[in-house]
Design a protein. Sequence first.
Length: 493
Amino acid sequence: MTVSRSPLGFWRVSARVRILLWLLVVMALALGAVAVTVRSILQRDVDHRISQLLTQETGEFANFVPQGVDPDTGGRFATADRLLRVYLQRQYADPDEELLGLTGPAGDRPDVIRQRRDLPRGIALWQDTGSLTRIRASEDSFGTLERPQGEVRWAKVEIGPSAGGRPGAFVVAFHPERERAVADRTFWMLLALSGVALLMTTGIGWAVAGRILAPVRLVRTTAAELTEQDLTRRIPVEGRDDIAALAETFNAMLDRLERAFAAQRVFVDDAGHELRTPITIVRGHLELMSDDPADREETVRLVTDELDRMSRIVEDLLLLAGAERPDFVTPEPVQLAELTADVFVKVRTLGEREWVLDGVADREVRLDAQRMTQAMVQLAQNAVQHTAPGGRIRIGSRSVGSRAEAGRDRAGRGEADLVELYVADHGPGIPPQDAEVIFERFRRGTSRRGTRTSGAGLGLAIVRAIAEGHHGHVELRPTEGGGATFVLTLETG
């Protein structure tokens, strides 16, 4: 359908029809202007040719008057009548031209001398005595005569009276109707060809506009079919024009929407999964709470503890949901040595451990200092939870030359300079089968190391989100001598 009705009740014309209408309007104006211009040029050429013909004929006659010789006497012409007859016998007129001789005083009805040739009935000037009288009496040498039979362009040359003779005049009359009819036929032919061209343009324009706008219609159809449950459809991208750029932009928008809805679903699923248990615990203790003060105090303590845990879970889930946003991290120039030292000072209060500032990289990098501090503190807290009092925990940072040296050289990423921030402990370590799953949400591995805690299993997931927000990664490496080392690898740019 090219014309549809909007929800508000207004008729809406499709872009394809609007483009075609504008194209036809512009072409119709252009072709009409060309046809009118051609007609004007042809009419001007007709008028110019008639003027030249009248000037030429009168000029030739004016030259003949003083130089002409009467073939009967061998001398000058004795009368205007004889002069006009001899001259007209020697001339050949164009099909729409009349050569006439008029004799007699100006203002009187003239005697007409003409060539023996016929013009279409009714238009011949020699038969129109009234018009000839007006031309003979006119003081002008050139003029236009409007008659019911049609327009006449004329020119004349006066001949003075000879001894005993009458005055006369040579008249050239031209009937331009047929010449102008040719120009008119050309004009109408151009209009007819323009109409054919418009019809062809309509067909070709309709096909071309449909082909050009096909991706736009596909975008509209895809957008109409998208639902919250299905955001997987994409627009095929062909070519490198504006339409292809539109399709790419629309696909990128769908990618963002799909990630946003996926994050929303994960958030809802995670929240429902993890909050169900503390809610059940809170409800059960409240339902079983008695009037005994000691029992009430213990119930309030347990409920408060579960509510605090729920609050931490919600905050962590909100943090992970925001990791997909472009402003999750705001990198700025940071001195890595200063950042490492600040983290070391802050984590020393997390537990009675042997804290060691293992090393610092003295260079400037671009990163979000607050987010990186949050990640390092989380790794340090994790190390405290899984080591005994007095255990050694090392904090540090270092520069590595490339991904290959960092053990993470990936095809297509180049040999960018990297830095590493790490937290190493000498606890029981992590089994190899748990090395990957511990970074997933609500996953703590198949076996816990150290003392059991009340965490929801979101800490390392937050660390990974912060690392990926910096276009880096976090990985687990074994500590020499036993234990676990968590390493944040980041590009220096």
